[in-house]
Design a protein around this ligand. Structure first.
Ligand code: GLC
Ligand code: MG
Length: 249
């Protein structure tokens, strides 16, 4: 067995199937100790909400933590975000301009303060309004000279982040840092903000059995042999996929 880089979303992917989570965590931890496998969590949560989940579910410590949909990377157990990454995101980003533009859209309901981050502005947006609001908002922000990206997940969460940032780009930054080839890297997810993980390159992909329609739709439109659609839900689907790719027994 050789090391691989394991990258997973948390809510409804790694977490959500308690029995399978225990089995998967034990196997990953053992693989890390024996072969040097790296474990990365990539979540939309802020560091604050991540800590809550970590305690609630007793999550094992990752080797890197990607939070706030890829806009912050914490290596090992560091409390400060990686500065190379933060510096890369500053160009073309201006929080104040984002906020003054979004203020014109009454459909956008701000998420709690904890989820508003230096490089992430987040709202709740109803699915029915989203088809109208998203294109308008995108062109208004671009017209104001911002190089941003809109990420819409689960029919409710809207994140506005710098163009150079999402879970996929953060994952590739780590992959290059630790020198894992795409064939020895596996990414797992269930919803819209995970599409970036699957779309960025040729990393092995596991879509859990309980995936949201937005991800399944994207997967059907962009089929690939290096992506596995699991039958089981959450960590159960991940165990299934790791076996399928021959990364773990
Ligand atoms: C998490 C975050 C939220 C974000 C969502 C989708 O729920 O707390 O701010 O909008 O993920 O990325
Ligand atoms: Mg999720």
């Amino acid at each position: 067995m050789k090391p691989f880089m394991f990258v997973t979303d948390l809510d409804n992917t790694f977490v959500g199937n308690d029995t399978a989570l225990i089995e998967l965590s034990q196997k990953l931890n053992q693989h890390r100790q024996e072969y040097g496998t790296k474990i990365v969590y990539a979540t939309g949560r802020s560091p604050i909400l991540y800590q809550e989940l970590k305690q609630e579910k007793n999550l094992i410590d990752p080797d890197a933590l990607v939070v706030s949909v890829g806009t912050e990377i914490y290596l090992d157990t560091s409390r400060v975000p990686d500065s190379t990454w933060s510096e890369k995101l500053s160009a073309g980003w201006n929080r104040e301009v984002v906020l003054s533009t979004t203020a014109d859209f009454p459909e956008l309901v701000p998420q709690p303060d904890s989820e508003q981050r230096p490089f992430k502005v987040s709202f709740f947006l109803q699915e029915t309004a989203s088809t109208k609001v998203l294109p308008q908002l995108s062109s208004r922000l671009k017209a104001r000279g911002l190089d941003i990206k809109l990420i819409y997940s689960s029919g409710i969460d809207l994140d506005i982040v710098p163009q150079g940032s999402d879970k996929g780009q953060a994952m590739q930054f780590l992959r290059q840092k630790w020198q894992f080839v795409a064939e020895r890297t596996v990414v797992c997810g269930d919803s819209g903000n995970d599409i970036a993980l699957f779309a960025v390159g040729n990393e092995r992909g596991i879509i859990v059995g309980n995936a949201r329609p937005e991800l399944l739709e994207w997967h059907n439109q962009n089929p690939a042999n290096h992506r596995y659609l699991a039958k089981d839900f959450c960590a159960g689907g991940i165990l299934e996929g790791l076996k399928y790719f021959g990364l773990m027994e």
